[in-house]
Design a protein. Structure first.
Length: 344
């Protein structure tokens, strides 16, 4: 049992770690952003980047690369990283499931399935319509996951949720692959489902930004409620929390942020699993500290991986989704073993 003094000391320590993480993460993100703009198939100098921003000449190829190709891609990576990390943290707090992540749980697969259907049968749909379809796909996946999980009566609810999500994810991925193979636009669809921001344009960023901002603000507003929910439903209700409303809002936040990430970059898993776990080990269990920290570290992770994806085999590129999966799968196995101690 912790004394009041110990609790106060721990909170102060977590707050100090939070400040260091936010400042350090901000500096790292700024440095990575500069490197992101500078390096790629075509290297740019600092003067090229500055002149592209302050004296843009559309006839100058390097200016176009910096402002119209790399900058929207950088902003898209930041939006995706923040969205996935915050959605993962909210989902874990909402379900009390440490393994929850929009990719692992099948929500992203539902969004991808909806987009693949749209690309195959409604190729002329607008980018704004894609956001709507992506949200509907995420909603359908969520309803299926909860429905399948509720059918089981054995085992821990967290285990049932993860297994249900993985099953639904596999189902949607398989059907998406079948649609892709039958379509006449295989290359574009395969590139999209691998998770790549290479074709991001300013319109994608502009259309996604309002939905992203709304989802992020809603998540930050409910941070205190998520912290209270961590005490258990009974205690939360005694403290005046409306647990059903909190879970509903949390689910909507996860759907919106996950759908935005999918519409911009395609399926990218494990960001929402890795980042919240790392953050909790640093700042503790207060979601008022967790969510901003996840936003910064999520952005750093996706920007860093996309930078590596562009330079390690330049002028060719690795899909960022594949690289993050290569990092995320070992992390998932590690966390699974820590949660259960064994796979048996």
């Amino acid at each position: 049992m912790q004394t009041v003094e110990q609790t106060a000391r721990r909170r102060k320590s977590n707050a100090e770690k939070f400040l260091v993480l936010m400042l350090g993460g901000g500096v790292i993100l700024a440095a990575l952003s500069f490197l992101f703009l500078r390096f790629g198939a075509e290297s740019l100098s600092l003067s090229d980047i500055l002149s592209a921003f302050f004296a843009f000449d559309e006839g100058e190829f390097k200016h176009v690369i910096a402002r119209d190709i790399r900058l929207p891609r950088l902003l898209a990576d930041i939006i995706v990283g923040v969205s996935l990390a915050v959605a993962g943290a909210v989902m874990q707090g909402n379900t009390k499931n440490p393994m929850a992540d929009s990719g692992i749980m099948g929500i992203s697969a539902g969004s991808v399935f909806a987009i693949v259907l749209m690309m195959a049968f409604l190729p002329d749909a607008s980018r704004l319509e894609r956001i709507g379809y992506s949200c509907l796909g995420a909603l359908a996946a969520t309803l299926l996951i909860y429905g399948v999980a509720l059918l089981g009566h054995t085992g821990r609810s967290a285990d049932r949720m993860v297994l249900s999500g993985m099953a639904i994810s596999t189902l949607f991925s398989s059907v998406s692959s079948a649609v892709i193979l039958k379509s006449g636009n295989v290359n574009a669809m395969m590139k999209y489902t691998a998770g790549s921001s290479a074709n991001t344009i300013w319109l994608d960023v502009g259309l996604s930004a309002p939905f992203f901002a709304a989802g992020l603000i809603a998540a930050l507003v409910m941070a205190r409620s998520l912290t209270i929910m961590g005490l258990g439903d009974e205690v939360s209700r005694e403290l005046g929390a409306n647990t059903r409303l909190i879970r509903l809002v949390g689910t909507i936040v996860v759907l919106v942020l996950s759908a935005i990430a999918v519409i911009i970059i395609g399926p990218v898993g494990y960001v929402g699993l890795m980042v919240p776990h790392i953050v909790r080990h640093i700042v503790g269990t207060d979601y008022r500290l967790i969510l901003p920290s996840c936003a910064v570290l999520g952005a750093v992770l996706v920007v860093l991986v996309d930078l590596l994806a562009r330079v390690i085999i330049a002028p060719l590129e690795f899909p960022v989704g594949i690289l993050i999966t290569m990092i995320g799968v070992p992390f998932f196995i590690f966390v699974s073993r820590r949660q259960r101690g064994t796979f048996s």
